[in-house]
Design a binder for this molecule. Structure first.
Ligand code: SF4
Length: 327
């Protein structure tokens, strides 16, 4: 239908103009019968063109109407939820749901609820008891909030409203002592990387976080570069590793944290302590921080000088420690 109209309309318009010229010439030269013939043809072409124009207008109205009602529905349903969380240790953070677990994560991650019996079963499998884990971070209401945060970020990206979300975060962090932490739970995904880059571009504050995914750190680095964000405002993202991290992932994390941060940075989660840990660390070159595996019921005190003091049992906030800020 559309291609037919594309072909026919110019012909009809040309014929209409030609009929008008011929009718006026014929009438002017006294050839009234021919003049009436061209007048008739003129009206027929006018009627056809008018009808075509009406159909086109109607179709465009319907099309526009569908789009705008869909957009209205999006606007009605999409609430730009507040995605900023706060806790006494980390300060403000953006927590999401999806992550990129290593083979060991399901056994030890502090985000998963674990009973004493499950902890004992893990001990039988892995030789280490991580303790029961029942803290607020594992509660269903919190898990629902991580999912909602993630969906808010993805929906904002779909609607080209990430900038709005970034501005809101910039305003919320204005005047705060601490740096914003990304992925207090969860890991980077493309839309979150875009939000982080916008936050860096629009704000004046530094931010930091952790990721297991070199490809996401690479994507974030390239975004920051493309958006010409001043390097001093780039976020500091540390590559998370544990004993099960594959060699290739480890290599790429070193490469891309180096590109992003200016030096290769890794965070090691471990249950090793003392001399055993020291010996194990010989296989790494760029550990910036060590997290003794911890849960709501148990903290692994590694005794290492690079260990996070909070997971070693010290009552300290990130803003007081600042090791992971990349300063
Ligand atoms: S090492 Fe310091 S900055 Fe990093 S998580 Fe622990 S307390 Fe926070």
């Amino acid at each position: 239908m559309t291609s037919w109209r594309v072909t026919f309309m110019p012909v009809a318009e040309t014929s209409l103009a030609w009929c008008a010229v011929m009718a006026s010439r014929s009438c002017a030269s006294g050839k009234m019968a021919i003049g009436f013939f061209f007048c008739g043809a003129f009206f027929v072409f006018s009627a056809i063109l008018y009808l075509q124009w009406m159909v086109a207008v109607q179709q465009s109205k319907t099309h526009y109407g569908e789009l705008s009602s869909r957009e209205e529905r999006w606007m009605e349903n999409f609430v730009m939820h507040d995605i900023l969380s706060r806790n006494s240790k980390t300060g403000r953070s953006v927590n999401v749901h999806s992550c990129c677990p290593s083979k060991l994560c399901p056994e030890f991650c502090y985000r998963f609820k674990r009973t004493k019996e499950q902890a004992l079963a893990i001990e039988r499998r892995c030789g280490f008891n991580p303790g029961a884990n029942t803290g607020p971070v594992t509660w269903p209401v919190q898990v629902a909030a991580y999912k909602r945060n993630e969906e808010t970020i993805k929906q904002a990206a779909r609607e080209c409203r990430l900038e709005e979300l970034a501005i809101r975060l910039v305003q919320q962090m204005e005047g705060k002592e601490e740096d914003l932490r990304w992925c207090g739970t969860g890991d980077l995904f493309p839309e979150l990387c875009e939000l982080i880059a916008m936050y860096a571009l629009l704000g004046r504050r530094h931010s930091f976080g952790f990721s297991r995914q070199p490809e996401m750190i690479k994507y974030l680095t390239e975004l920051l570069d493309d958006m010409k964000v001043p390097v001093h405002r780039w976020p500091h993202i540390i590559g998370s590793v544990d004993e099960s991290t594959e060699g290739e992932t480890l290599r790429d994390l070193l490469i891309w944290t180096n590109e992003l941060n200016g030096w290769p940075s890794l965070a090691l989660a471990t249950w090793k302590t003392g001399a055993e840990l020291q010996q194990y660390l010989n296989s790494y070159t760029s550990i910036e921080v060590i997290f003794g595996i911890h849960s709501s019921q148990k903290k692994t005190k590694t005794g290492h000088h690079l260990a996070c003091p909070a997971t070693e049992g010290e009552k300290i906030k990130c803003v007081e420690c600042r090791r992971c800020y990349g300063e």
